[in-house]
Design a protein around this ligand. Structure first.
Ligand code: SAM
Ligand code: DTB
Ligand code: SF4
Length: 345
């Protein structure tokens, strides 16, 4: 017998319990997807996705020991460290991303945290990329409150800082930065008025309970992140997580659907690992409420799904990319007013 479906929440809830999240993840697959797609339609145009392109502006030699990451100086991988890119190099890549249809340009640096001095050239990049008519996003590691305010004053739109996994599993993945430090950076981002991009990685050997706990952490933040990247672990040779048992693809879809239900106004982003997914699996993720991707031949250092494959997929699924609206009134304004009619409560 079919179970009751979650109802569109107006306003979205921030008090989800771990047990509630677990029971959403455990719904029969069809019920879960139906609930997620219904909520998705209540809040977004179901045939539009937001497209961001990534660029690593400072690659490798990172002092952090994240067990999944090819850029950590603690692991011996094929990633060759590089200096900070010049403004011209960044703008050239941003122009190319825009020409390929991206509306947001995300710049990442392999830092534990930027120093105040390191922020100076980065701030020039924000102005330059914005002047091209692109939204800007940065992911530079931990920030102080003052650094977040500087980035906001420079015109930065989004800051990406992931929780990565549950508080309980976290210690098995990273030892050089605490979960609490990640939450503090998210607080600084929010307080500065930047939009938040925060999510995690699946397939690191965590349990379903850990996946539920990650979602619960994200969905009980004082404001839901505007963008929630769900990464599938890209296994990098030389990292401690290389050789981890791959995740059941349906479990990945379940997490996407649960994220959509828990954070109905957020963009749920299929992030790393799309190149490992079939078109059919990605289509299931879009049905489950994913409505954003990273687009372009590379992520930061790892491969991404090729652009021509993505363009063909959009065409086959009738998906359109979300237009860039320079001055969105409210970051979390829902894109659709109507509510799903088939909810039971
Ligand atoms: N160094 C900064 C930091 O860690 O905050 C910014 C860049 S870091 C590469 C951004 C995020 O990418 C990580 O938090 C993690 O969630 C994701 N990531 C890194 N390597 C990955 C991998 N091999 N597979 C999947 N996701 C990965
Ligand atoms: C996020 O959650 N995923 C992106 C972005 N935010 C910065 C990065 C994925 C990195 C994958 C590994 C690499 O390219 O080195
Ligand atoms: Fe450094 Fe970020 Fe990689 Fe961790 S995920 S090792 S902080 S670049």
């Amino acid at each position: 017998m079919s179970r009751p479906l979650p109802c569109p929440q107006d306003p979205p809830r921030h008090d989800w319990t771990l047990q509630e999240v677990e029971s959403i993840l455990e719904l029969p697959f069809n019920d879960l997807l139906f609930a997620a797609q219904s909520l998705h339609r209540a809040h977004f145009d179901p045939n539009r996705i937001q497209v961001s392109t990534l660029l690593s502006i400072k690659t490798g030699a990172c002092p952090e020991d994240c067990a999944y990451c090819g850029q950590s100086a603690h692991h011996s991988t094929a990633v060759a460290p590089e200096r900070l890119l010049s403004l011209d190099e960044v703008l050239e890549r941003a122009r190319a991303a825009k020409a390929q249809g991206a509306t947001r340009f995300c710049m990442g640096a392999a830092w534990r945290n930027p120093t105040d001095k390191q922020l100076d050239p980065v701030i020039a990049m924000i102005a330059g990329v914005k002047a091209l008519g692109l939204e800007t996003c940065m992911t530079l590691g931990m920030l102080t409150a003052e650094q977040a305010r500087r980035l906001k004053a420079a015109g930065l739109d989004y800051y990406n800082h992931n929780l990565d996994t549950s508080p309980e599993f976290y210690g098995q993945v990273i030892s050089t930065r605490t979960y609490q430090e990640r939450l503090a950076t998210l607080e600084h981002i929010r307080a500065a008025g930047l939009k938040t991009c925060s999510g995690g990685i699946l397939g690191m050997g965590e349990s379903r309970r850990d996946r539920a706990a990650l979602l619960q952490q994200l969905a009980t933040l004082p404001a839901h992140p505007e963008s929630v990247p769900i990464n599938l672990l890209v296994q990098i040779e030389g990292t401690p997580l290389f050789g981890t048992e791959p995740l059941d693809p349906f479990e990945f879809v379940r997490v996407v659907a649960a994220a959509r239900i828990l954070m109905p106004c957020s963009h749920i982003r299929l992030a790393a690992g799309r190149h490992l997914m079939s078109d059919e699996l990605q289509a299931l993720c879009f049905l489950a409420g994913a409505n954003a991707i990273f687009y372009g031949e590379r992520l930061l250092t790892a491969p991404n799904a090729p652009g021509d494959r993505d363009r063909r997929l959009f065409e086959r699924l009738g998906l359109m990319t979300e237009p860039f609206v320079p001055e969105r009134s409210e970051p979390m304004a829902c894109q659709r007013e109507q509510r799903a009619e088939h909810c039971v409560s």
